[in-house]
Design a protein around this ligand. Structure first.
Ligand SMILES: Cc1ncc(C[n+]2csc(CCOP(=O)(O)OP(=O)(O)O)c2C)c(N)n1
Ligand code: SF4
Ligand SMILES: [Mg+2]
Length: 319
């Protein structure tokens, strides 16, 4: 009997998982929403890496993009607006055996969650973070976000936004201990997948800004970039992206960029047109906070109980 059960469990682990095995509920995003392309790339990654759903968790805040965990057939935590990163950090500390992904919007990450973002970069915990940057608050129906372009008319900026847009790549690259920064656009699936995969394979805080279309509130915003391949500059390098011959024929605007060059990465980060796409920076040698902090002893139940008893004993009033 026991052997039969063991065989059954082993078979479950050995069975190859297909794309459908990672697909959760039917996405409720608008048609043409760039979130759909990001979901497709991430589900493909899970299939290609044969990630175990019960060992994988997607964490998000609040926003259209933050509905992501519902559409993955893995564990998920649809969190609190702006708090996806601290939730993910808690998971990393408590459950180092889990693979952690974060999906966060430009409002979620760069506005209400900005303080958490800065510190998460510095802590460099091992997780893959996707910033779905549609340059607007989508879910709450079109308020300007920190990454909205200057002059954008929205519900909160009827005369047009007054300030230059915040550049998420520049901010991230300015923080101590930054270890991986990349930029993708939702409309080039081949490159999007490649970047998602490179980010996943980096050990540390992998930050991927994805320029994401929101056809509902900003239908014209990305049209010029979409229709003119010259306005996309592909960054390539043997330690970064390699461009396939087919893609190279369409996207001829290319730059050889070494991802270990932080100063050049910072220059590239502030460019908007042409939009740079690729791995801007990677440093595999930055230590992860959870590795620095984790006790070398295993956190067994007995050890945890002994620690708690010792704490409680400090407050004992009876002799
Ligand atoms: C503490 C708190 N403040 C405000 C809100 C309202 N709210 C929900 S989503 C959102 C902005 C969403 O924008 P973004 O993060 O860019 O995600 P998108 O919908 O564009 O994917 C806001 C302001 C909230 N849910 N909680
Ligand atoms: S409102 Fe915009 S971001 Fe939200 S689902 Fe629709 S297209 Fe996507
Ligand atoms: Mg947004």
């Amino acid at each position: 009997m026991t052997t039969a059960v063991t065989e059954c469990v082993l078979k479950l682990y050995e069975e190859r998982r297909e794309l459908e095995d990672y697909q959760g509920g039917v996405p409720r995003w608008c048609s043409g929403c760039g979130d759909n392309a990001i979901l497709a790339a991430v589900q493909r990654l899970c299939r290609d890496e044969q990630l175990r759903p019960e060992k994988t968790v997607f964490v998000s805040g609040i926003g259209c993009s933050s509905r992501f965990p519902h559409y993955m057939h893995t564990y998920g935590f649809h969190g609190i607006h702006g708090r996806a990163l601290p939730i993910a950090e808690g998971i990393r500390m408590a459950r180092p055996d889990l693979t952690v992904f974060v999906n966060t919007g430009d409002g979620d990450c760069c506005s209400i969650g900005a303080a958490h973002w800065i510190h998460a970069v510095r802590y460099n915990m091992n997780m893959t973070v996707f910033l779905h940057d549609n340059q607007i608050y989508g879910l709450t129906k079109m308020q300007a976000s920190p990454t909205s372009p200057k002059g954008l008319k929205s519900n909160t900026t009827p005369r047009g936004s007054y300030l230059d847009a915040l550049q998420p790549l520049s901010v991230t690259l300015g923080v101590q201990n930054v270890s991986f920064v990349a930029q993708a656009v939702d409309w080039i699936p081949e490159v999007l997948y490649d970047i998602v995969s490179k980010a996943f394979h980096h050990k540390g805080f992998s930050f991927v800004r994805i320029v994401q279309r929101c056809p509902e509130w900003l239908p014209a915003q990305h049209e010029p970039w979409l229709h003119d391949p010259q306005r996309v500059r592909l960054l390539h390098h043997e330690d970064g992206l390699t461009i396939s011959p087919g893609l190279g024929k369409i996207y001829r605007n290319q730059e050889r960029h070494d991802p270990s060059n932080l100063n050049r990465a910072r220059e590239v980060a502030s460019e908007i047109d042409p939009v740079p796409v690729g791995i801007l920076y990677r440093n595999p040698d930055v230590p992860c906070y959870e590795d620095l902090r984790r006790s070398p002893q295993l956190r067994t139940t007995a050890l945890i109980r002994a620690g708690l008893e010792a704490e409680f004993d400090k407050f004992t009033v009876w002799p």
